[in-house]
Ligand binder design. Sequence first.
Ligand code: UDP
Length: 386
Amino acid sequence: MADRIAVVGAGFSGAVVARELALAGHRVDVFESRSHVAGNCHTQRDPETGVLVHKYGPHIFHTSNQRVWDYVQQFDTFMPFTNRVKAITGGAVYSLPINLLTINAFYKKTLSPAQAEQFVREVADTSIDVPQTFEEQALKFVGRDLYEAFFKGYTTKQWGVSPQELPASILRRLPVRFNYDDNYYASTYQGIPRHGYTHIVERMLDHPGITLHLNSPFAAQQAADFAHVFYSGPLDQWFGGSMGELGYRTLDFVEERHPGDFQGNAVINYCDTSVDWTRISEHKHFAPWESHASTLIYREYSRACGAGDIPYYPIRLVQDKAALARYVEAVNATPLNVTFMGRLGTYRYIDMHVTIAEALDLAATFLAATQCGKPLPKFSVDPLAA
Ligand code: UDP
């Protein structure tokens, strides 16, 4: 069986690599520990309401990468969807990301774009040159009032630590706009697949060269049976956690069904710490092309990920980074033919489109390297560079 390739994990990383290798003539075994494919992007229709549910929380596909956008079109029709998030703070509802409507409503003003830019410059902390932490980043860009209203409480609930301990990169995911554009993402393309993400991944894996094994955890010792292993599981789990824990946040979703429309929007964030949940997602609003009499919502709660929980967000605090450095060294030294990839395999907070782009690049690198006998990469992307 030594000519066979193993792919561990049937999320986007695993599915893309498996497909690209199968198309190139390889025989690929995909091992997925859960009973379904698509990882945390998994979607499933609720039998009671008929609503397509994002079982592990909201996933909105957005990218400015033409290659990735073209690639995913092969597997389903992407329906137009613009994420227009609302946020509740201090007893009022605002628009997110912070834009001119947010600024004017929050300060009870009627500023023009130029006036708002000037105003925010005045309230922002200009003494911060290069922000190191989430808090510094927020204070530099929007000042204390907006930071405390929209980011401080939400971030403390989401990450379980003070924003003073978190990297500035987390906040850099969100834009600040001085116009009325309330599109949450600044990407060129945005949409949600008509039949859901699980359908896409099933189609990716639908190839005669691919054998899918569901409910099948993969142990490092099995690597000897394969010419190469592409591993998208948690990096520390490959080593049984022997060099310390890589910290994650996990999520709990409390599901409710209601008649009609519950909140009138797909996502509403709750920024105050007096409310325990971080956000409520109303899943039928992710599919505005469908019509359902009843509705299904998820109240989302974040907490530390323990043994047996599903890892969602890599925290990457100081102690995590120290453990990460030990694992990276161990991976680089292993004689096994294994490549670590994806969010869990490289311990990075990455979106779906980035995962797909990296998996396409990795598959191309692998195919080129095997042809000319070059050494194969141990990581899709260096986890320490992020
Ligand atoms: N964030 C916040 N308030 C909000 C929304 C986001 O403080 O209302 C912060 C929070 O720290 C979050 C980060 O910005 O983890 C990134 O937000 P994003 O919406 O990209 O998170 P995701 O949808 O990936 O959970």
